[in-house]
Design a binder for this molecule. Structure first.
Ligand SMILES: *Cc1c(COP(=O)(O)O)cnc(C)c1O
Length: 375
């Protein structure tokens, strides 16, 4: 099956007890044993496994062409689990990108992870620098986020994977922004693809799930599954059900997100009050050629800098009528956010930067909304 077909069919089967075409929502936490003590339907207790979670994991495995998928209560739970699942024989050193999702920045600076792991932060777009950092001391895991948040930087997955593999480190790509519709980390050799399913895969801003998809069976995957089941970082059956519903329309949604974002990037670039537009689809974006090589289209996320400072940027955000002023991304509706004031002193975002998550509304309505806000 091809991607769009798998998005609709993988992990789903007609319910044998009722003939229901849509996978039923199973809220039961426990499953009956036979008189002989066996479990005729495999399921025992919902934390260990349940039909909705299994269906979602099968579907995401299939969409990434992976070996297995482990889902969690949130993207951050998935990321924490990935870091903590580094096998004991691997160095405790983790190499992270300088432009990374803000929640990960907080995880690394505000929890005990910082005392138990040696975190090296590097500009992943500077291959010489990455090579120097990887060669300077053995690392267990190299983490990529591409395109990145909020500066929309593009990392060459294939090049970084080669450097990491030479050093014997695992590699993981946060594929939340690109989704498997646009980017397949495993085709470039990465070991893990991570998703905040909360975003594009769910697609409607109404659920919270994280997922790690593994390219192959390995000791880290065993630890990931143990984290989920034994430490209990599980998503709810209802969230899994919603995610499986959302994923069915992932491919067509992404096409509209991308086409709208491309048109809005062009429009903003020509506006006299805009200082800079960060979108990998623009020919003059520093990561354009790498994005063109490793992504099938350039995504629905962009950021731009308003001429002036924080006040001028906030004034634009204050005037939008269709865009909603809110954090997060990947939903059907367009969002606008002033990142620096959310991230405060830990921010990488310039004070005049606004981040846009472009939805699937009519693009002319979105352009007109930005036009009136800018003017
Ligand atoms: C939102 C997000 C996360 C964290 O996911 P949650 O579901 O909010 O915990 C991680 N990485 C990226 C790129 C994100 O956008």
């Amino acid at each position: 099956m091809r991607f769009e077909t798998k998005a609709v069919h993988a992990g789903r089967r007609v319910d044998p007890s009722t003939g229901a075409v849509t996978t039923p929502l199973h809220l039961s936490t426990t499953y009956e044993r036979d008189a002989d003590g066996s479990y005729p339907n495999e399921f025992i207790y919902s934390r260990g496994d349940n039909p909705n979670r299994r269906a979602l994991e099968e579907c995401l495995t299939s969409l990434e062409d992976g070996y297995d998928c482990v889902t969690y209560a949130s993207g951050m739970a998935a990321i924490t689990s990935l870091i903590e699942s580094l096998p004991a024989d691997k160095p405790r050193r983790i190499i992270m990108p300088d432009d990374m999702y803000f929640g990960i920045r907080s995880l690394l600076s505000e929890t005990d992870i910082k005392s138990r792991f040696d975190i090296a932060v590097v500009d992943m777009t500077d291959l010489e620098e990455v090579k120097r950092v990887i060669d300077s001391a053995p690392a267990g895991l190299v983490w990529m986020e591409t395109p990145s948040n909020p500066l929309v930087k593009v990392t060459d997955i294939e090049a970084i994977v080669k450097l990491a593999q030479r050093a014997g480190a695992y590699t993981a790509v946060d594929n939340t922004w690109a989704t498997p519709v646009l980017q397949r980390p495993f085709t470039f050799g990465a070991d893990f693809s991570l998703h905040s399913v909360t975003k594009y895969l769910g697609g409607h801003s109404d659920l919270m799930i994280g997922a790690v998809v593994a390219k192959s069976d390995n000791p880290m995957l065993t630890n990931l599954r143990a984290w989920q089941q034994s430490k209990g970082a599980v998503p709810s059956p209802f969230d899994c059900w919603l995610a499986l519903r959302g994923v069915q329309s992932l491919a067509p949604r992404m096409m509209v997100h991308c086409s709208n974002a491309e048109q809005i990037a062009d429009f903003l670039k020509q506006h006299s009050k805009v200082e800079a537009v960060h979108y990998p689809g623009l020919a003059d974006h520093t990561g354009h050629h790498i994005a063109a090589k490793q992504m099938s289209s350039f995504g629905g996320m962009l950021s731009f800098q308003v001429k002036g400072g924080q006040a001028e940027a906030m004034a634009v955000a204050a005037k939008v009528q269709i865009f909603v002023r809110a954090t997060s991304l990947g939903g059907t509706h367009s969002l606008i956010e002033h990142r620096a004031s959310v991230e405060k002193n830990k921010t990488m975002a310039p004070p005049n930067l606004l981040r846009l998550s472009i939805g699937i509304e009519n693009v002319d309505d979105l352009k007109e909304d930005l036009l009136q806000a800018l003017e």
